[in-house]
Design a protein around this ligand. Structure first.
Ligand SMILES: [Zn+2]
Length: 79
């Protein structure tokens, strides 16, 4: 049986540039890093208006699934 466990990270709890350690193995995951060396985007969920709702990442070190949420607040700040 395949075990599915996902960590949830709220972006509102991340300070600075948005880097955060993988909750499972501690490797630093940087949203600005699109080289896919440390993580891979496996799912994107958007609101009806097209704005980001959640982003599901797969840590390449430990294969943990990490669900990023809280993009709504970021959009407000950017606006
Ligand atoms: Zn990891």
């Amino acid at each position: 049986m395949k075990q599915v466990s996902a960590f949830r990270i709220n972006l509102n709890n991340i300070e600075g540039s948005g880097d955060f350690p993988c909750p499972s193995c501690g490797v630093i995951i940087s949203p600005d890093d699109d080289s896919e060396k440390t993580y891979r985007i496996i799912d994107i969920e958007t609101h009806k208006d097209g704005s980001l709702k959640t982003l599901s990442l797969l840590c390449k070190k430990c294969n943990a699934t990490i669900i990023l949420e809280g993009f709504e607040a970021l959009n407000i700040l950017d606006g």
